[in-house]
Every structure is written in structure tokens, then in C-alpha cells.
Design a protein around this ligand. Structure first.
Ligand SMILES: [Fe+2]
Ligand SMILES: [Fe+2]
Length: 319
């Protein structure tokens, strides 16, 4: 009998039959045109995500393939609308014998959370205004435990273990360079705005220690991280007796960081540091997504349309 190889998502080729271990990212029971029930799955591993189907599914299939379960499958790779897709022939839950840990399948930031936390502490130390430094230091310290593993999103950019702190750190590093060119910018405000802009994501999303989001929290759905962040700044600044003006500026930066009303910001940035925060946020999110998308595109080919990049197709050049 021919041996069926164990593969990861980035190794798959059209037409082959393979085996693999994956995390179930989403699972939905649907009905085909002939009224038979099938399972529509998104599976993920360290190298990416892929759509998979179990045709004529049973209740057992449904119970094995619940969200965040780790499964072993045997499947055939096909292509549908320029994307690879799997047809699962066999599926079972992970067993101890497999010798696979959930961590082996989780995508994580490229640096250790502890070292990233130390680096963001160095930026807090660079904030010269004692009140702003105290405010930011207090809020970050208060969220340290979750910040170490939290992703920055459920889908889209930095939806990986420790993605939130990685996103914040990248923005701080880039922001520091921008301040060397545009020397009129107030670095205290910019660093503080970067450090706080998404901090309330730890309250907006429900994520486990592997950085997997199960859902939005109730407050996250009803308010969202922008309003939750503003409340946190307002409350903490009041408690610490920090000047109203400073708290207000930071609240505006958080409020305006998505810039567009349809993306959750009721006001556009109204001063330079708020503008830079918005641009940095967008830059880091878009570059992360482009890099991630291109990992699964062949040279001199286009990706599919990427919703979070205004439905652009991204081209992988060969230079
Ligand atoms: Fe945000
Ligand atoms: Fe952000």
C-alpha cells in the first residue's frame, strides 16, 4: 500500500492525498444541492489556513470537528476558484499517541512575549512626561498577563499568539523612526497612543492562552475596543489625578485611530500625533496581511482577493 505522507498546509499540491494535523478554526453544517448534509470547515496549522469539506457528514463528524479541536485527517487536495480546498476522507480526534501538542499547530509572533514586553517597557521609560508615563505604565502593567499571549484580532491582521504585543512593538519601532524625520511630533504622545490604542482588545475579545479567539465578549460586542479603551484611560487618569488635557488627548488618539466612521472611529484624527498613530496602525496591519498572504502564493502569481485589503489581489514578485 502506498504511504500517505503527513503534510502541513504550505506543502499541499493539487491532486494529492495526504494526512495532517490541524486545528478547526470554524465549522458549519450546510446542505448541498441534493439536500445531503456536509461540513464546511476552515482548518489551520502553523503555516496557514485552508477550506475543507466533509461530504455526507454524520453527527460523529460534527462532534469531532468542533471549533478549536485538533484533528487528524486524510484528505484529497483540489482547486476551487484559484484556491486549494480539501475533501476529507477520514477524520479523528487527536490522541496522545500522535505526539502532537496544540502549540505545534499554533501560529505565534516571531519573538518571545517576555522579550517583547521588556522592549515595550523600554519605550514607556522613554516617555518624559511623568504623568503620561505613569498613566501608560499603570494600564500596561494592569493588562500584562493577557498582553503576553493575546492576539490582535479574531481574523485578519496579527490573529496569532502574542499578536497584540507584536503589533504594538512594531508600531513603536516605526513610530520612533518617524519622529526622527518629523521632529515637531511629540514622542510622549505618540508612544503613549501606540501603547494604548488597542489595549482594550484584551477586554473586547475572549481568547485562550494559545491566542485563539472564541468570540467577542459581551462588552466587546456592545462597545468595542475603542470605547472600552477610552473608558479605561478616563478612569485610570481620574484615579491617578492626571491633568485632564493629557487624558483627553490620549482619549482622542484612541477614538480616532481607525480614522473612518465605518471602521468604528466617530472622529477623524485632529492633531499630528493622532494622524501618525492611524497611519502606523494601518501600515502595520496591511504589511502583516500582505506578508502572510504571500507566504502561500507562488512567484509571479496573484493571491485571491483579500477582503481586509479592500479586496485587492496581492502580487508575489520574484525580485
Ligand atoms: Fe484598533
Ligand atoms: Fe492596532
Amino acid at each position: 500500500m502506498m504511504e500517505v505522507k503527513i503534510k502541513t498546509i504550505n506543502q499541499l499540491e493539487v491532486g494529492e492525498v495526504f494526512q495532517g494535523f490541524f486545528i478547526v478554526k470554524s465549522a458549519e453544517a450546510k446542505f448541498a444541492a441534493n439536500n445531503s448534509k456536509y461540513l464546511d470547515l476552515i482548518l489551520g496549522d502553523k503555516t496557514g489556513e485552508i477550506n475543507a469539506k466533509i461530504w455526507d457528514c454524520t453527527e460523529e463528524h460534527e462532534s469531532i470537528c468542533c471549533i478549536n479541536a485538533v484533528i487528524k485527517i486524510q484528505a484529497e487536495v483540489s482547486q476551487w476558484k484559484e484556491r486549494l480546498q480539501l475533501t476529507i476522507r477520514r477524520v479523528r480526534p487527536l490522541t496522545e499517541k500522535d505526539g502532537i501538542k496544540m502549540e505545534d499547530l499554533i501560529k505565534a509572533a516571531p519573538y518571545s512575549p517576555q522579550s517583547m514586553y521588556e522592549e515595550i517597557q523600554q519605550y514607556i521609560a522613554k516617555i518624559k512626561d511623568r504623568e503620561i508615563q505613569k498613566l501608560v505604565g499603570t494600564i500596561i502593567e494592569g493588562q500584562k498577563e493577557k498582553l503576553l499571549y493575546f492576539p490582535a484580532a479574531q481574523k485578519n491582521h496579527h490573529a496569532i499568539k502574542s499578536g497584540l504585543i507584536y503589533h504594538i512593538l512594531n508600531m513603536l519601532k516605526t513610530g520612533e523612526k518617524i519622529c526622527q524625520v518629523y521632529t515637531f511630533l511629540n514622542t510622549d504622545l505618540l508612544y503613549a497612543g501606540i501603547l494604548l490604542h488597542d489595549i482594550a482588545k484584551v477586554e473586547e475579545l475572549d481568547a485562550n492562552e494559545l491566542g485563539i479567539v472564541s468570540d467577542y465578549t459581551k462588552e466587546g460586542q456592545l462597545l468595542g475596543h475603542i470605547i472600552q479603551g477610552i473608558k479605561l484611560i478616563d478612569f485610570t487618569a481620574e484615579k491617578l489625578g492626571i491633568k485632564r488635557e493629557k487624558s483627553l488627548l490620549l482619549q482622542h488618539m484612541v477614538l480616532a485611530h481607525h480614522s473612518e466612521p465605518e471602521f468604528g472611529s466617530p472622529k477623524r484624527p485632529m492633531f499630528p500625533e493622532a494622524e501618525v498613530l492611524h497611519v502606523l496602525d494601518l501600515l502595520d496591519a496591511n504589511l502583516y496581511t500582505m506578508k502572510d498572504v504571500l507566504e502561500n502564493v507562488e512567484e509571479e502569481k496573484f493571491s485571491e482577493k483579500i477582503w481586509s485589503l479592500n479586496s485587492r489581489k496581492i502580487y508575489k514578485h520574484s525580485l
